[in-house]
Design a protein around this ligand. Sequence first.
Ligand code: PLP
Length: 429
Amino acid sequence: MIYKRSSQLFANAQKVIPGGVNSPVRAFKAVGGEPIFVERAEGAYLYDEDGNKLIDYINSWGPLILGHAHKPVIDAVIEKAKKGTSFGTPTEIETRIAELAVKMVPNIDKIRMVNSGTEACMSAVRLARGFTGKEKIIKFAGCYHGHSDSFLIQAGSGAVTFGTPNSPGVTQGTAKDTLLAKYNDLDNVKELVEVNKEEIACIILEPVAGNMGCIPPAKGFLEGLRKICDETGILLVFDEVMTGFRLAAGGVQERAGVKADIVCFGKVIGGGLPVGAFAARNEIMDYLAPAGPVYQAGTLSGNPLAMAAGLAMLTELDSKREIFESLEKKTKYLHEGMQKVLNENKIDFTINRVGSMISVHFGKEPVTDFDSAAKSANLGTFNKFFHGMLENGIYIAPSAYETWFISEALSYEDLDKTIEAVDKVTKEF
Ligand code: PLP
């Protein structure tokens, strides 16, 4: 493939944008080489500035569950834009999307819209602290909750890819309030709770992790956390920025049958526009300004264009629930196809999959937490795999710590092409 124009555009970007990108993982630094500049996208495909067509498994890092430029979403945005882009007043569409989200997601009464997943998680933690009057939080190594200070303690994905698990700029004071636990290790959480009795506001986690590859919660893990929280008055915060409206209409709460106290959303809820949200029962949400004392705000929060995209997306998912089943079938097909060729090619691998999230790890050991994810990521095989796939027209995330996001726009023919590419690339290992 030729990337002449992308290369020139990247050179231009580096002169005026730090590292040439507005979000670090886009830069291909972890896998080597230069990023591809995309000109347009439709359905399952990206078309780059050099005219290459790529089958997309990133889907804007998760939001585009129905594929690129999905017509109902695009039409809704165009119609809305004709009436103005932002008013800074309440609008009816904010209530409509809130009503729909509350209907789809179990155990929430109210939802507040923000502009990103980072804002959602940051605000959820502030609300948890305000509600409980406690300051510490427990987070899990390898879970990413956005780039706000208190979360940049052994965060997954981009933060690890760049070797800065604890970013400069995060103060000691902030870091000391974030207690770090091991994913899927209930005993570790119990110990932390015991030592910090009466000081912990919330436990925040990705209930299916997606930022150290895709890692399912072990049997009883989520239930165990719920029990600890019930016994201690600690709030359980599910960061469903990746999983919300993807793994089921009601996210992991619905899928696993475990209730969270606060749920964070992003990605799918905005249909590809900048939206995040957090939600809870009335008693917690009514602690938020202007109803309550915990301050949280945003000039563009609930922006009409973003709400139009989000409402169109959620309406599609709500009215066509069979999509979730179809996505799961496609992901299973891909899993089984890749498994077959990787076995035939005698590659050491582990594939993790939950719903329409899947990750391939180049190591034999099970990947169940950050340490096991890091072991296979550090073998260097992934980089060869990434570039081989790209050369064959398949665009997966440029980091061994990322999940592949399956979109409903992918056809079985696309999946077969992908499996063929995996075969071809790994034969040469
Ligand atoms: N939480 C999770 C689980 C995420 O995967 C991400 C982003 O990938 C975030 C929070 C942060 O979202 P955003 O990038 O929209 O700020």
